[in-house]
Design a binder for this molecule. Sequence first.
Ligand code: HSE
Length: 291
Amino acid sequence: MVTVRAPATSANLGSGFDVFGAALDRPADIVRVEKADRTTIDVTGYGAEFIPEDPDSNTVGAVAEALDAPAHIRIDKGIRPSSGLGSSGASAAAAALALNELYDRGLSRRELVPIAGKGEATVSGEVHLDNVAPALLGGFTVATGRDVTVVDADIPLVACLPEIAVSTRDARDVVPAGATMEQLIYTVGRAATLTTGMCRNDPRLVGKGMHDRLVTPARADLIAGYDQVREAALSAGATGVTVSGAGPGIIAACYPENRQEIASAMVEAFKDAGVDSRAYQTKIGRGATLY
Ligand code: HSE
């Protein structure tokens, strides 16, 4: 049997739609695999009741098929599905690493990224690597096509998850079809600022670079209480706040001394908007761990 822990991830980070991603120190999924004649899947944990166990509909089924590695796969969800915290990406990344080891396929983590991406496409409808790349490689990742750059950044974060679900497919439907030159210039400036901040471990630059006028405003409309939660986090010292992945999770960058206060302020603001939530005090972390 092979066991892998794969971390939650936050994709986009505001200005890097479908390109930026970050591995979070917590929460995480645990995946265990054993050789079998055909693939079967058991899912337990947070939100397990919403995840299909049929290999044709589950993210790890496509990974097992791509690696020609039939197995009994047990997924223990620590990351709620439809959270914006890379739930399906974490399971796909964990399965790819675990099955590669179980069947001795000899692929590198980088080679496993597109395979895990294929698995994730089963649920999101499109291949995008901004969750599976950080889940496998750790750190802050810039995924352009099949090319992935990794920065081992150390930035404190708060991820706040409201008890509402937003499907990635729905969140992709509201993405604007085009952009003006002014919006493009703004986005490039912010994305470059964020990347510089990651390279310098500077929470101020990372937070500033999270600000996005293109995709985030459309998606924020799908999250009850978004504006209040953002304001509350900024007032408590967050250096930047944006939608995590496709939402409804919200991610804030900060200095370590403000993290706890920001987490409480975000939960409180959601409560005022009539939404229960939980906040993870986390930071950019490592990629999947093989046990
Ligand atoms: N980049 C993808 C999106 C990530 O925002 O739709 C989904 O988790």
